[in-house]
Design a protein around this ligand. Sequence first.
Ligand SMILES: Cc1cc2nc3c(=O)[nH]c(=O)nc-3n(C[C@H](O)[C@H](O)[C@H](O)COP(=O)(O)OP(=O)(O)OC[C@H]3O[C@@H](n4cnc5c(N)ncnc54)[C@H](O)[C@@H]3O)c2cc1C
Length: 459
Amino acid sequence: MARNDLSEATLGCLIGGAGPAGLGFLFNAIKRGAVEQLARAGTIIVDAGSELGAGKLGDYQIIANSVSDVFLDCLRDPLLAPILAPLHASPTYRHLRLNAQEAPALPIVGQLFQQAAGLVLPWLERQYGIPTWRQTRITEVTCEGSGYVVWLEQAGAIRRVRTSSLVLNLGGKQTRSSFAQSAEALGLELPERAPIDSSDSLLRLQPEALRQRYRARLKDGGPICVVGGSHSAFSVLDNLATALHHDGLRELTLVHRSPIRLFYETAAEALAAGYDFDPLQDICPISKRVNRSGGLRYRAHEIGRQVLAGQCIGGTPVRVNTLHLDGSEAQRARAQALFDDASLLVQGLGYLPIVPELRDGDGRPLTLRTLRGGLDSDAAGSPLDQHGQRLEGLHLFGLGSGLAVDPRLGSEASFSGRIYGVWQFHNDASREALESVLDRLDKPRGAFRQAGDALVEHA
Ligand SMILES: Cc1cc2nc3c(=O)[nH]c(=O)nc-3n(C[C@H](O)[C@H](O)[C@H](O)COP(=O)(O)OP(=O)(O)OC[C@H]3O[C@@H](n4cnc5c(N)ncnc54)[C@H](O)[C@@H]3O)c2cc1C
């Protein structure tokens, strides 16, 4: 077996972030039989956490938007089988297998991937000498020559590591300023003192914690508004209604840009449910599913259906008023009035990628270009910088970065967002990144290799 030769001048690949996206890349490398090549070139895995594999996914107190079998499918491969065999004795795995066609709670999915990572990461180190540096935070990345210098903070010390390829999936964030920008694009102004929270932090609260945090807001009497139209936004409505109806909550407001879209396996199923859809725009030409990429599924579908029907949601006495920002001045003005009066505004308008400080070789700051819903990247997740320069060798495809829909795989025409999902990370989203990393390992590294600095420097 190849060993990771740490005396090499430059790493072949640094995998930054071992959450669902980073883990998907690693699993893909195993399935593709590419680990030996990665190890020979020098590869390390770096994550700020100590329990790896689940990232934030297991923290969300909601039901998944796919059935258990979709998650189990990520672990099904002849090359993974011997490594993951001990997982079969795990109660988590057995529970998911027994309920394979039901949508599980995300904390259970998180447990599954944490346990899978607990087997795969030590195996990579044992068999191939690919180490995992836990509790190691990436703080800065410098593009030098044709590679990257990655700054790491580990046990209070700073290290620098040189690498030819950098697979960087550190998760996503929702900031007040990104909310303000999205609102501005809709002609809305966020009042300076608006009480804002992100769907990301709200969805990680268990019901009692959620109640403690928001109960007082009910006394203000102002509207509680959720802004967005995705799985997250409907999960927020559900969790708020469930936690707060005993305290008198009866009404929530949803402000959304796109129409509320529900997922159906077939057009016939959608018609039978009385769901109104556009046969040209909303059906995937390949799978024939209705709102395949952008439609609400499972528990969020149920909540969405109740909202569309004007019913109380999730078995509570809470109703949801909807305000569709359809481009009209009247709707914009109504939304602004809500923003001005709200007791709570919950941001559910998407994510930005978490990216450490980026600099060019001369120390000048670099930023990554964004397009609606994510980074302006190619199919391998390589982004453009602010000058329109492609950052070859850098790959981001996790939460907030996102890959656009691949027309070869199909989607509905009305969907213009990004695809995020564990199955995608383990399959299509990381495949091109992996091929690109392997391709680069085959090529001479030019200027960067000539730099000849030590692999690890203590600054
Ligand atoms: C509310 C919500 C619900 C979702 N539901 C589903 C679902 O049902 N099904 C599905 O398939 N997908 C779902 N997703 C999408 C996606 O699968 C998850 O968001 C997933 O957690 C994203 O994985 P990630 O690896 O990109 O980021 P994260 O899960 O955030 O993981 C990031 C990793 O990077 C590490 N890290 C962070 N900063 C640093 C640093 N500076 N240095 C080193 N390491 C660092 C973290 O410790 C972590 O391990 C959902 C997303 C959201 C927001």
